[in-house]
Design a protein around this ligand. Structure first.
Ligand SMILES: C[S@@+](CC[C@H](N)C(=O)[O-])C[C@H]1O[C@@H](n2cnc3c(N)ncnc32)[C@H](O)[C@@H]1O
Length: 233
C-alpha cells in the first residue's frame, strides 16, 4: 500500500536535502513491504525513519488482510505460521547538528507509529556489545551514518548479527565518494575470495546527484536454502 498525502505532509519537516534520502526513504518502504522483516535496525535517524515504521504498519495490516484468505494457493504456509510482530531499533547519538534526528521520536508518537520503534541514543561504534541478544538476528539493517571508520567498524561488528538466512544490510552513499568506495571494494574482495557463499552484493546509483546518491545492499546468504515452489515463473 503506498503512503498517503497526509503521511507525506507529516514527515516533510524531517527532510533535509543534505541527507539526500528523498528517494531512499520510499525505496526502504518498498523493500520492507517486499522482504517483510521482523527485526530491523536503523543507524542514523531522520526522514527515513517514518517510512520504515509505516512500512511495518503496512505489512502488519497486509498480513491481517491475507489471514482472511487462508486457502489462497499462493500463500506460503511457513510464512504465515510465524506471527508478525516487527520492531525497529533506531540508534542515533544526535551529534550531527544538521540532522533532524532529534525530532523523529516525537513525530512517531504523533503519527501513531511509536509502538513499532525503540529509540536508543548511543554511539554505534560502541554498541555491538550492548545490543539485546534476544533482538538478534537482524532481518533488515539500514546504515546511514558517519564516514570510513564507522562503515568499517559497523561491518566488522554487526555483519555477524545479520540473519544468515537472507538478512539484508543496506549502506548509504557508497559509490561516489573516495572513502566509502574503498570500503565497498574491500567487501567485494571478501565476496570474491573467502565469502562467495556468504554475501550477495548490489549497488544502486542516482545518476543525477553527486552526493548521498547511492546505496549498496548486502544479503547474508550463509544459511539460505531457496525453496522451489513452481516449475515456471
Ligand atoms: C546522514 S544522517 C541520517 C539521515 C537520515 N537517515 C535521514 O534520512 O534524514 C546521520 C545520523 O547519524 C548520527 N550519527 C553520526 N555518527 C554516529 C555514531 N557514531 N553513532 C550513532 N549515530 C551517529 C547523526 O547524529 C545523524 O543523525
Amino acid at each position: 500500500m503506498p503512503y498517503t498525502e497526509e503521511f507525506l505532509e507529516k514527515v516533510a519537516p524531517l527532510y533535509n536535502e543534505q541527507m539526500g534520502t528523498e528517494n531512499m526513504a520510499p525505496l526502504l518502504h518498498s523493500l520492507i513491504n517486499f522482504h517483510r522483516p521482523q527485526r530491523l535496525l536503523e543507524v542514523g535517524a531522520g526522514y527515513t525513519t517514518p517510512f520504515i515504521a509505516q512500512a511495518l504498519r503496512d505489512v502488519v495490516d497486509a498480513r491481517a488482510q491475507e489471514a482472511t484468505d487462508p486457502d489462497n494457493p499462493n500463500h506460503v504456509a511457513e510464512h504465515y505460521a510465524v506471527p508478525y510482530a516487527p520492531k525497529l531499533l533506531c540508534i542515533d547519538n544526535h551529534t550531527l547538528p544538521s540532522s533532524t534526528s532529534a525530532k523523529v521520536q516525537a513525530l512517531m508518537g504523533e503519527m501513531g507509529l511509536d509502538d513499532l520503534v525503540d529509540f536508543v541514543e548511543a554511539d554505534i561504534t560502541e554498541y555491538s556489545e550492548q545490543i539485546d541478544q534476544s533482538f538478534l538476528p537482524l532481518d533488515f539493517v539500514w546504515f546511514d551514518c558517519g564516514a570510513l571508520k564507522e562503515y568499517f567498524l559497523f561491518f566488522n561488528n554487526f555483519w555477524r548479527f545479520v540473519n544468515p538466512k537472507g538478512g539484508l544490510l543496506l549502506m548509504h552513499s557508497t559509490l561516489t565518494n573516495l572513502e566509502i568506495s574503498t570500503f565497498i571494494k574491500s567487501i567485494k574482495l571478501l565476496q570474491a575470495t573467502s565469502d562467495f557463499n556468504n554475501i550477495e552484493i548490489l549497488s544502486l546509483l542516482e545518476p543525477h546527484k553527486k552526493a548521498q546518491s547511492s546505496v549498496t545492499m548486502f544479503r547474508r546468504t550463509t544459511e539460505v536454502e531457496e525453496t522451489i515452489y513452481t516449475l515456471q515463473p
